[in-house]
Ligand binder design. Structure first.
Ligand SMILES: C[S@@+](CC[C@H](N)C(=O)[O-])C[C@H]1O[C@@H](n2cnc3c(N)ncnc32)[C@H](O)[C@@H]1O
Length: 266
């Protein structure tokens, strides 16, 4: 994979519209809500180990590590892995970084919490890939563990508005501004494959200097029903909740803008 993910610093800046620490607090609150009781009837212990998949700069994993959890970040992209490891070292937090494929990894141990954030499962292009991914996750969940997968809200692609994928935003951090366009109005989801080639443009401005990163990112749209079917096909996992945002936002609430599914070992 080449392009926008090969510039992790710019990618992280572009995604700084998110507030990661409150998202991590909600993830921990969901763990408290959905983890226990264990199959033997006892309560699950607090979350100690966390695995972030398709982690990119691993902002969530680093925040878990900052909060004293043993955190591991996995990503396919070498630049992202290097950036995650350097950022953790710079911040003085311990983070294990693994370069691997989220559809075919074997870390040889299980985790209390596994997360995949920001629609990274849109990089799974086929049902076989999604099922393989879920089987890997199931094999890495401790008893009473949780898998939380954040995807975009299906309304983005199936809403009443024309199914265009274009969104644009500007963020600023430390005097550096990033203007991002993710998807152009002409980018269309192929109705048969459910894949769109999202054209992405990011302009980074610092003082008088500006540079532009351009990429085409293949995006596979997954419906809620397809996800449920993939979960059944994979086996070993059950969906226990679905939210429309980090917090108590129902998936069908008007303000819902993400589809976050919480899974437990079955
Ligand atoms: C949209 S970024 C999201 C990064 C991160 N989850 C976040 O919240 O910022 C998608 C990430 O998925 C990674 N990726 C794509 N396909 C992958 C695969 N098969 N296995 C592991 N990582 C993958 C990319 O390298 C990229 O870092």
């Amino acid at each position: 994979m080449t392009g926008i993910y090969d510039d992790p610093w710019a990618y992280e800046l572009a995604c700084s519209f998110r507030d990661v620490p409150p998202e991590v607090s909600v993830l921990l609150a969901w763990c408290a809500r959905h983890r226990g009781p264990l199959p033997d009837g006892t309560d699950a212990a607090p979350v100690r180990t966390v695995l972030e998949l398709a982690a990119g700069p691993a902002e969530h994993a680093r925040e878990f590590a900052r909060r004293g959890r043993t955190a591991t970040a996995l990503d396919l992209n070498a630049a992202m892995c290097a950036y995650a490891a350097e950022s953790a070292a710079r911040d003085g937090v311990e983070l294990e970084v693994v370069r691997d494929d989220m559809t075919a990894f074997d870390l040889g141990r299980r985790f209390d919490l596994v997360v995949t954030m920001l629609d990274s499962t849109s990089h799974l292009m086929t049902l076989d890939a999604f099922v393989a991914h879920l089987r890997c996750v199931a094999a890495h969940l401790a008893p009473g563990g949780l898998y939380v997968v954040e995807m975009s809200h299906p309304r983005d692609r199936l809403g009443d508005d024309e199914p265009s994928v274009g969104t644009a935003w500007t963020v600023e951090r430390g005097g550096v501004r990033a203007s991002v366009r993710w998807g152009e109005p002409g980018d269309r989801l192929d109705p048969v494959t459910q894949i769109a080639d999202d054209r992405v443009t990011m302009t980074i401005t610092e003082g008088d200097a500006a540079r532009t990163v351009r990429d085409v990112v293949p995006y596979r749209f997954w419906t809620a029903g397809e996800l449920d079917a993939a979960i059944r096909l994979a086996g070993g996992l059950t969906a226990v909740a679905r939210y429309g945002d980090f917090g108590d936002v129902a998936i069908d609430a008007p303000e819902a803008w993400r589809m976050i599914t919480v899974l437990r070992p079955s």
